[in-house]
Design a protein around this ligand. Structure first.
Ligand SMILES: [Zn+2]
Length: 276
């Protein structure tokens, strides 16, 4: 029995210490990734309740985190412009309409910044409701309104296809037309991309290198995967086309949110698997 108790106690103490001292041990930039923020849909892997999102923003504000834009991160990396204390980047993928209806009022209330990786072909216009016409995605006017103050955009493909399943020729064309559609709509975006379905060609280094070449050809200097890790600051030695984000699962408790924010969610999940 003692052979089990001792390692468990050591593990628990290590875990508590790591949690308490997360900041000093890991100087990293947390980049959170959300999808839907909804007061009507049931929370799930991709949907965080609006009330829970409010708690997240309340928590990060209270703890002294400062939300930053993609451009702030770029200036920090490329020009050495200092970031505010406890920098934190909030990102959302796809450009769902609730980002306008539910998230934007919260961003104003808490004076926070967010970055949306928008699927160019899903932006709704009055004459062309796009491939998904259920009103699920933001209208162009809404997308433009929120980027006047609290939001910046990044690229996230034309129709949310996985680059794993596309040829290099198709990926090249996807990058070209997604940039063109945003340009035509007058939606500004940063030279930053998020791989849809987190497909960053992990198991195919040859294709990955070719995709990096396509991103660079179109002026994209930064790209995010998921990975549930912090970005080790000062981020000079990181691959700028494989930056990390922390997935925000709508089913997370506030405890798990705090664990994710500090880069410990992988440890928590490992513990969960052990004691399941
Ligand atoms: Zn996506």
């Amino acid at each position: 029995m003692v052979y089990i108790i001792i390692p468990v106690v050591i593990l628990v103490i290590t875990f508590i210490l790591m949690y308490l001292y997360a900041g000093p041990f890991f100087k990293g930039l947390p980049v959170l990734v959300y999808h839907k923020i909804s007061s009507t849909k049931k929370p799930d892997f991709l949907t965080v309740a609006t009330s829970r999102m409010r708690e997240h923003l309340q928590y990060i504000t209270k703890k002294g985190y400062n939300t930053i834009f993609i451009s702030d991160m770029i200036d920090y990396i490329e020009k050495g412009t200092p970031l505010p204390p406890k920098p934190l980047m909030i990102t959302l993928d796809d450009g769902f309409r609730d980002n306008y209806t539910d998230l934007y009022p919260l961003l104003k209330e808490f004076n926070c910044k967010a970055n949306i990786f928008i699927v160019a072909g899903f932006v709704q216009t009055h004459d062309n409701l796009g491939p998904r016409a259920e009103g699920e995605f933001m209208l162009v006017e809404e997308a433009k309104e929120i980027c006047k103050d609290h939001v910046q955009y990044g690229l996230h493909t034309m129709y949310h296809q996985s680059y794993h399943k596309m040829t290099l020729g198709e990926i090249d064309e996807d990058m070209r037309i997604s940039k063109k559609r945003l340009d035509d709509l007058g939606i500004p975006y940063q030279p930053c991309f998020a791989y849809s379905f987190a497909a960053y060609m992990k198991d195919d280094p040859v294709k990955q290198k070719a995709v990096f070449g396509i991103l660079k050809k179109y002026g994209v200097r930064y790209a995010f995967k998921v990975g549930d890790r912090l970005n080790k600051m000062p981020m000079k030695n990181m691959n700028r086309l494989l930056l990390n984000r922390l997935h925000m699962n709508g089913a997370y408790s506030m405890f798990k949110f705090r664990m994710a924010l500090t880069g410990f969610i992988r440890i928590v999940q490992r513990f969960e698997r052990i004691f399941k």
